[in-house]
Design a protein around this ligand. Structure first.
Ligand code: AMP
Length: 189
């Protein structure tokens, strides 16, 4: 199995690059952000539980996020591999992901972190909000999301670095140029 984590702050291009990687490598995409937005849209119980948290730009509690993720892995036993986009965002989530993949006889192949500075991120998300209309892309919520990233999510990087699984790639440049760099890393796994 090829199991990739695409890592990076909000606006780094994880969604854009995941879409291209899925197509090339035939992987199953797991975006916890997309899953939560789906639940909110369908007004499920889970959606009701998380909608205010997401609207505020805070992280959803690990217990909820991990349970949803584990179910998605279990529901896709035929997958050739997974691309995790926006997960894990805490060390507890990273540990749970390792356990979950272990239970199906697999593991994370590699983690690619897209590097983008904060000024560029703020600019990109302002543009994205004009198109997506995502409430959590609004400036005040975005500040909270970036804060959550630098306070909690960044700690996931040393977790994977210790395992020798982390590669950093610049997330600034053309979409195709960044994609080429990602494929070079993946083809070397
Ligand atoms: P995203 O589309 O990945 O930027 O996620 C949008 C929002 O969903 C985040 O700001 C969080 O509120 C929530 N979320 C998505 N993934 C996670 C995660 N792995 N852990 C906690 N909250 C998450």
């Amino acid at each position: 199995m090829l199991n990739l984590v695409l890592f990076g702050p909000p606006g780094a291009g994880k969604g854009t690059q995941s879409a291209k990687l899925l197509e090339k490598y035939g992987l199953h995409h797991i975006s916890t952000g997309d899953m939560f937005r789906g639940h909110i849209k369908q007004q499920t119980e889970l959606g009701q539980q998380v909608s205010q948290i997401i609207a505020d730009g805070k992280l959803v509690p690990d217990s909820i996020t991990i349970a949803m993720l584990e179910e998605e892995i279990k529901n896709n036993p035929q997958a050739k591999g997974f691309i995790f986009d926006g997960f894990p965002r805490t060390v507890a989530q990273a540990e749970a992901l390792d356990d979950s993949l272990k239970s199906i006889g697999s593991e994370i192949t590699g983690v690619i972190a897209l590097d983008v500075d904060e000024a560029e991120l703020t600019q990109r998300i302002a543009k994205r909000q004009e198109i997506s209309g995502r409430a959590d892309d609004a400036a005040d919520k975005l500040t909270k999301r970036i804060e959550e990233y630098f306070n909690k999510t960044i700690k996931v990087l040393p977790f994977y670095e210790k395992q020798g699984k982390l590669t950093k790639v610049s997330g600034v440049g053309s979409i195709d140029g960044i994609f080429n760099e990602l494929t070079q890393v993946i083809d070397n796994y």
